[in-house]
Design a binder for this molecule. Structure first.
Ligand code: FES
Length: 138
């Protein structure tokens, strides 16, 4: 599943023009580094083009995405520790979904809706409680 959700407000995004990196901190504190090449965006079909989810999935980072990246769940919740000011603003639809996410912080975003513009390197953390409730069978 993937693509866009016709029932939500369209996010205003700025696709990066320069390479940058995303450091992903997993719940077990191991890290992965994604070198983003703007020429390859969109990397895949899940999440907004250039979103953290789009970039993560194509770089071997296993970020949950129960709704297929269309802003209809909150399993792709990430905490943007650095570089949040280079990301698009969250739409009201994204904020509504985020409210469902456990361990919400002021730096929380939906990975499928959060598109950094490449102005700075970005550090994200995947919250420990970020479980895919659908997959877990709850
Ligand atoms: S994958 Fe469902 S909201 Fe991001």
């Amino acid at each position: 599943m993937g693509g866009t959700n016709p029932y939500i407000e369209k996010a205003e995004v700025e696709i990066p023009t320069k390479p940058y990196t995303i450091t992903v901190v997993h719940p077990d504190k191991t890290t992965a580094k994604i070198d983003v090449d703007p020429a390859k965006i969109p990397y895949g079909v899940t999440g907004l083009p250039g979103s953290i989810l789009d970039l993560a999935l194509q770089n071997g980072v296993d970020l949950e995405h129960a709704c297929g990246g269309v802003c209809a769940c909150s399993t792709c919740h990430v905490i943007v520790k650095e570089g949040l000011d280079t990301c698009n603003e969250a739409t009201e639809d994204e904020e509504d979904q985020l409210e469902e996410a456990p361990a919400l912080t002021l730096q929380s975003r939906l990975g499928c809706q959060c598109v950094p513009n490449g102005g700075k390197d970005v550090v994200i953390e995947i919250p420990a409680v970020n479980k895919n409730l659908v997959k877990e069978g709850h």
